[in-house]
Design a protein around this ligand. Structure first.
Ligand code: KG4
Ligand code: ZN
Length: 320
């Protein structure tokens, strides 16, 4: 049994996962409401909240998984990338638990964690795969030759896809984080009502910063009552542009690499239009799309453990 801990951004999460990928517990305490009034995650506020939540969340994950500390085989924790102050809370907790119980510690890269959300029971995906990771912080295309494999093919040159959703939601007055709100509102709108352009960049990279600017200009030109009337059309058209950019690049990458299977992970994998645009793709289970610790414990199964007590000097990293 592996205890996983994740505190890289604004979710305090702990989970117990078995070596064969069964989730015994998966507790996520989101701070989204705390950050909503600032319109984004405030790093210092996040760190302090992680400090308050980390022990209760750990206790709950152990209790729900019917796991005693003595029965654990390893502690896995997100080492980066993310907010360093937030990461350090999880990393320190992981070191303390591992050290006190003479357990090995497995530092996990958050992005490999998202990919490992695909390898859980009862329906683990089977590499080789071409994986799109689209979240609030990242948009990556990854070649996954085997479980635990990770070869970067492309990334965003500016905003992440989830960030584009969140910024769009803000312009439409939908609050933070806004991906799910745009998804919901877009169901009542016409995706062809507005033509929002997505920049074409060379290779297999992405760019989303121009898109939000074009939404900004469109919104600015609308009178308040008209904006209110067209909000669903704006959401649907904006979402359509992001989904077209993501699904188009994935298909190009699949052609270039000859990949036969496509997988999508990360918070944006929850998007219903993206799911519809890639009907053959394997999507991470909904509960494992946004940040969680089960995916971190899952990824740890493919990583090398640092034996007791050699991990006390491990440091967090902000970017990959
Ligand atoms: O993976 P995640 O929890 O965080 C990072 O690691 O960054 O992803 C959060 C992102 C947010 O930007 C949120 O707006 C987006 O995922 N998101 C969605 C949906 N649900 C969450 N975006 C589009 N449609 C959704 N249904
Ligand atoms: Zn994430």
């Amino acid at each position: 049994m592996i205890l996983g801990i994740e505190t890289s951004c604004d979710e305090t999460a702990a989970a117990v996962v078995t070596g064969d990928g069964r989730i015994l517990s998966n507790v996520v305490s989101s701070q989204a409401e705390l950050h909503a009034r600032f319109g984004g995650v405030v790093p210092e506020v996040a760190s302090r909240r992680h400090l308050e939540l980390v022990v209760p969340v750990l206790r709950e994950a152990l209790a729900e998984g019917n796991a005693e500390l003595e029965n654990l085989d390893a502690v896995a924790v997100t080492q980066g990338p993310g907010l360093v102050g937030a990461l350090l809370v999880g990393l320190s907790a992981a070191k303390a638990i591992a050290w006190a119980n003479r357990l090995p510690l497995i530092p996990v890269d958050h992005l490999r964690g998202h990919v490992a959300s695909l390898y859980m029971q009862p329906e683990p995906a089977e590499p080789p795969l071409l994986c799109l990771l689209a979240s609030g912080g990242h948009t990556l295309l990854i070649d996954v030759p085997e479980p635990g494999g990770f070869r970067l093919l492309g990334t965003t040159l500016d905003d992440a896809a989830g960030e584009a959703f969140d910024k769009g939601a803000r312009l439409l007055g939908l609050g933070y984080p806004g991906g799910a709100a745009i998804d919901g509102l877009a169901r009542n709108g016409d995706p062809a009502a507005y033509d929002f352009p997505v920049a074409r960049v060379p290779g297999l990279d992405f760019s989303f910063s121009g898109l939000k600017t074009s939404l900004l200009y469109t919104v600015r030109d609308l009178a308040d009552d008209e904006l209110e009337r067209r909000r669903a059309d704006l959401a649907a058209s904006y979402q359509h542009a992001i989904v077209r950019a993501l699904s188009g690049r994935v298909q190009e990458a699949a052609e270039q690499t000859g990949a036969s299977r496509i997988a999508v992970v990360g918070g944006v994998a929850a998007n219903s239009a993206l799911r519809a645009a890639l009907p053959e793709a394997v999507f991470a289970p909904l509960a494992l799309c946004t940040d969680n610790a089960a995916m971190i414990a899952s990824a740890a199964r493919y990583e090398e453990a640092v034996p007791f007590p050699g991990y006390l000097a491990l440091d967090a990293y902000a970017s990959g």
